[in-house]
Design a protein around this ligand. Structure first.
Ligand SMILES: [Ca+2]
Ligand SMILES: [Ca+2]
Ligand SMILES: [Ca+2]
Length: 197
C-alpha cells in the first residue's frame, strides 16, 4: 500500500513538472513576460526626460510619471528603438507594429478594401511638444520585423538600422520568439523610406 502511495505521488509530481514546463514554453514563445524600458531620453528637447515602456505589446511614453502617449489599442507593438535613423540630427521613435490590414488606416485611394489579416508595419514617429507625430509609415512589410537595433555598420558616421526579420506564418503576430526563419539585414534611410543594403 505504502509503495503504491509513493508511486502516485511521483506521478503527480511528474505531471506538475510537465505542466510547468509547458506553461514556460508557452510564455517563452508568446513573449508574455517581455517588458522593455528605455529611460533618460528627451525626444522633444523640452529638457524633461521621457521613459518608454513596452509591456503587453503596448508602448507608453511618460515624462516625470505623466503619461503623454500610448500606442493605439488596435496595434500590437513588437519592438521599438529611439535613434536618429534618418541622420538629420533629431532622434525618432521607430516601432515595428502588427496591425490588421496591409494598409492600415492609410490606404491608398486606388485600394477599395483591405484583407483584414495581421500585417507587420514599420512606423517612424517624432515627439513634438508632447505630441507623437508620424513621420513615415510603411504598408504591410514583405517579411515581419521582430527586432530593431541601430548602429554605424559601415563606419561612415551615419546610422543604419539592423533588423531581425522573420516569416509570416500561422499566429505569426503572437509567436514572438519562434526561432526558425530569422534573418538579420541592414536598412538605411533614403529620404522617403528605408532601403535594404
Ligand atoms: Ca522631453
Ligand atoms: Ca532623425
Ligand atoms: Ca553608417
Amino acid at each position: 500500500m505504502e509503495h503504491r502511495g509513493y508511486r502516485s505521488c511521483w506521478r503527480w509530481l511528474g505531471l506538475a513538472l510537465a505542466a510547468g514546463l509547458f506553461l514556460w514554453w508557452l510564455g517563452y514563445f508568446f513573449g508574455i513576460d517581455r517588458e522593455v524600458t528605455v529611460s533618460g531620453r528627451d525626444l522633444d528637447g523640452d529638457g524633461v526626460l521621457e521613459t518608454y515602456v513596452l509591456k503587453g505589446r503596448i508602448l507608453t511614453v511618460s515624462e516625470e510619471d505623466k503619461l503623454i502617449w500610448e500606442s493605439p489599442s488596435d496595434w500590437k507593438v513588437e519592438d521599438f528603438l529611439i535613434a536618429d535613423v534618418t541622420n538629420d540630427g533629431q532622434e525618432e521613435l521607430v516601432m515595428t507594429v502588427w496591425v490588421r490590414g496591409r494598409f492600415g488606416k492609410h490606404r491608398p485611394f486606388w485600394v477599395s478594401g483591405d484583407d483584414g489579416k495581421w500585417w507587420n508595419h514599420l512606423y517612424l514617429y517624432r515627439l513634438v511638444g508632447n505630441q507623437m507625430k508620424p513621420v513615415w509609415m510603411s504598408s504591410g512589410l514583405e517579411r515581419p520585423v521582430l527586432e530593431l537595433e541601430a548602429g554605424d555598420v559601415d563606419g561612415n558616421k551615419a546610422l543604419e538600422m539592423i533588423v531581425t526579420e522573420s516569416r509570416y506564418r500561422w499566429l505569426s503576430c503572437s509567436l514572438r520568439r519562434f526561432p526558425l526563419g530569422r534573418e538579420r539585414s541592414v536598412w538605411r534611410w533614403n529620404g522617403w523610406g528605408f532601403s535594404r543594403l
